[in-house]
Design a protein around this ligand. Structure first.
Ligand code: SF4
Length: 134
């Protein structure tokens, strides 16, 4: 399957889509780090936009623009994406071998022994050989 180039991937991360692209099969497309980074970049861009707007509009308009856009465009989509990420991790934690293994790190959906992402609940990367109970 064709891999995305870096620019496409950067744009995808900034867009915070609700579903990862079809070609993200070997690792989680959105992680805690990518979600926080996208939110921070969005908030910075909106902060600059508010600063530019303050030269043309009243303080009241600028304030409302900043508050509503930072919440609606910066933070809320990232929060929704984070909920999706948590659902995926919860699915692995409750219904898979990796979820019951002491080497599974739910923060980044990673197997700490193999240093590999656990993507599918029914396909542990070690095929069960490295499993140890929690
Ligand atoms: S050692 Fe195996 S079972 Fe345990 S988290 Fe890693 S891949 Fe999953």
């Amino acid at each position: 399957m064709q891999q995305r180039n870096r620019d496409d991937r950067f744009v995808d991360l900034l867009l915070l889509r609700m579903n990862p692209p079809q070609d993200s099969i070997d690792r989680p497309y959105y992680t805690t780090g990518s979600i926080v980074s996208a939110a921070m970049i969005r908030v910075v861009i909106l902060g600059f936009a508010a600063m530019m707007l303050s030269s043309y509009a009243s303080a009241n308009v600028t304030w409302w623009f900043a508050m509503i856009s930072i919440w609606g465009i910066g933070i809320y989509p990232a929060w929704m994406q984070y909920q999706r990420f948590n659902d995926a991790v919860e699915k692995i934690e409750t219904g898979s071998l990796c979820g019951a293994c002491r080497h599974f790190n739910p923060t980044n959906q990673l197997c700490s022994v193999l240093d590999e992402h656990v993507v599918h609940p029914d396909a542990p990367p070690c095929e069960g050989e490295g499993w140890e109970p929690r």
